[in-house]
Design a protein around this ligand. Structure first.
Ligand SMILES: NC(=O)c1ccc[n+]([C@@H]2O[C@H](COP(=O)([O-])OP(=O)(O)OC[C@H]3O[C@@H](n4cnc5c(N)ncnc54)[C@H](OP(=O)(O)O)[C@@H]3O)[C@@H](O)[C@H]2O)c1
Length: 216
């Protein structure tokens, strides 16, 4: 398949690029100019402004599926720490959706987080309280704004909502769940594999799956 991966310098994004190349896909790996991207042989790296419709049009042109692992950069969790670019996710999603529509690309799978939007009640109370009193609150608001844009886009979308991310190796034991119990975690490598599995289906089987490996 012809894939484009946005956020190729990030934790999930790097693994998406690696795994997609290993699976034999034709991969474009996209990141901002200042990012370090190490891509396997055969992967095309594109750098530019992730909020520019013109740049994103070049990125998504002739692709079958867009995979986005973009997130908000936080300086720290203290409540006064605003994200580096507070409205980056909503602005980049707006530009991406316009670019996809202009280029006739219909399928997008993006990473959000368990606990965002209508999945708020799946996270335990202590974690909800943690989000409410730290800078995570701003991240959740922005992830919600991003999700709403995909849900209302009229495009085929799969917004993946993982539990706590780890850098452990992939387990292949991802479950889609309705409730986190205990300590819910998932390796970034399993999130990437789940997204690629969805991309490889002729149509996404889920639109807003909450996924985890432990605590599901
Ligand atoms: N941490 C957790 O336990 C957890 C749990 C559930 C969900 N999530 C969510 O999962 C998502 C992926 O997580 P991750 O660990 O892979 O995130 P990450 O390593 O921080 O990667 C985020 C990506 O977004 C890019 N990005 C951020 N701001 C940008 C900007 N202004 N312009 C261009 N690119 C920008 C980063 O580029 P640079 O490398 O250039 O900064 C990077 O490629 C995030 O949305 C996160 O909130 C996290």
């Amino acid at each position: 398949m012809k894939l484009v991966i946005l956020g190729a310098s990030g934790g999930v994004g790097r693994l998406l690029v690696e795994q997609a190349a290993k699976r034999g896909h034709d991969v474009r790996a996209v990141a901002r100019e200042s990012s370090a991207v190490t891509a396997p042989a055969g992967v095309t790296v594109m750098k530019g402004d992730l909020e520019s419709e013109a740049f994103l049009r070049e990125c998504v042109r002739d692709r079958d599926v867009v995979l986005s692992a973009l997130g908000l950069k936080l300086k720290g969790l203290a409540p006064w720490n605003a994200p580096e670019r507070p409205t980056f996710l909503r602005d980049s999603t707006d530009a991406l959706l316009r670019a996809m529509k202009a280029e006739g690309v219909r399928r997008v799978c993006a990473v959000s987080s368990g606990g965002v939007g209508d999945s708020a009640d799946i996270i335990p109370g202590f974690f909800k309280a943690f989000v409410a009193v730290t800078a995570m609150k701003r991240v959740f608001v922005e992830l919600d704004a991003m999700e709403q844009r995909y849900f209302n886009s009229g495009l085929e979308h799969c917004v993946v909502r993982p539990s706590g991310l780890t850098d452990e190796p992939a387990t292949g034991k991802v479950v889609v769940t309705k409730k986190f119990t205990g300590r819910a975690t998932i390796p970034r490598a399993d999130v990437a594999a789940y997204m690629l599995d969805q991309a490889e289906k002729s149509a996404f089987t889920e639109t807003r799956p909450v996924i985890t490996v432990t605590g599901g």
